[in-house]
Design a protein around this ligand. Structure first.
Ligand SMILES: NC(=O)c1ccc[n+]([C@@H]2O[C@H](COP(=O)([O-])OP(=O)(O)OC[C@H]3O[C@@H](n4cnc5c(N)ncnc54)[C@H](O)[C@@H]3O)[C@@H](O)[C@H]2O)c1
Length: 255
């Protein structure tokens, strides 16, 4: 029970397939307490169903990251209801659908802005706004993808966003190191989720991954959740600013 006594806020759960929910389950399995975010009313019912029967029932709260005020409101609710926390998980990304279907060169100014603001700036804003309620020794995690460093057809502007996200992890790790707060990214192989289904050719990505990864399979949600437990726990106390692949080894292959 390596997370006993640790409180972790996780943003955002859309449904039972969300990586955020997999991370929540692993945290609870290892003794930690979770606070769970959802983007808007549309997802609230899903989350209420997921936590039904859990005891103690986690605090759930709405957090749309398109404004700093909404993030501040979320922090205040947590501060009042729970107090300080030991971990923050940012599992949020969005790009307008057309940007994930047309060639990258066609990406418009507005689609680019939205993708980078929701998928990258929100991580910086959340880290800054939550900083004062994270205990020393705390850990911040975000979720990235291999499309940050290699071309994955159709991933397009999300690849650019994930590069910026991984760079932000390093700069935030530097800034927050003096508070003894660590910042890392997990880079999972493809997992069937609501966000992933929005990428054209996603099913082919799953198949290619099975065929080419050294372990000859796709990764499971649980494996990403368990890696988050490691990064949130004392076991990883010397690790910050890193991107950790949970991809059955796919990224090491040259051919
Ligand atoms: N599924 C994969 O194959 C895969 C692989 C690598 C990385 N990731 C990353 O994992 C993270 C979680 O995605 P997922 O695959 O679990 O899909 P998901 O759809 O379950 O989760 C995405 C979450 O982002 C939230 N979100 C989108 N716009 C938002 C906004 N404006 N404000 C607040 N929340 C907002 C959604 O409500 C949802 O809860 C993303 O960063 C994604 O890029 C996913």
């Amino acid at each position: 029970m390596i997370l006993t006594g640790k409180k972790v806020a996780i943003f955002n759960v859309a449904n039972r397939k969300s990586i955020a929910w997999a991370i929540a389950q692993s945290i609870m399995k290892y003794g930690g307490e979770v606070i769970l975010g959802y983007q808007n009313e549309r997802f609230k019912e899903n989350l209420e169903e997921l936590i039904e029967g859990l005891s103690p029932k986690p605090l759930i709260l709405e957090c749309d990251v398109n404004s700093d005020e909404r993030i501040e409101e979320a922090r205040e609710i947590i501060e009042k209801g729970i107090g300080k926390i030991d971990g923050l998980v940012h599992s949020i990304a969005y790009a307008p659908t057309e940007a994930l279907k047309s060639p990258f060169i066609e990406t418009g100014r507005e689609a680019f802005r939205i993708a980078l603001e929701i998928s990258v700036y929100s991580f910086l804003a959340m880290s800054r706004i939550f900083r004062e309620i994270i205990n020393p020794g705390g850990s911040i995690i975000t979720l990235t993808y291999y499309g940050s460093e290699k071309v994955i057809p159709n991933y397009n502007v999300m690849g650019v966003a994930k590069s910026a996200l991984e760079s932000s992890v390093r700069y935030l790790a530097y800034d927050l190191g003096k508070d003894n707060i660590r910042v890392n990214a997990i880079s999972p192989g493809p997992l069937s989720t609501l966000a992933a289904r929005g990428i054209s050719g996603f099913v082919d990505m799953l198949q290619l991954h099975r065929e080419r990864s050294p372990l000859k399979r796709n990764v499971e949600h649980r494996e990403v959740g368990d890696t988050a437990v490691f990064l949130l726990s004392e076991l990883s106390s010397g690790i910050t600013g890193e991107t950790i692949y949970v991809d059955a080894g796919y990224n090491i292959m040259g051919m």
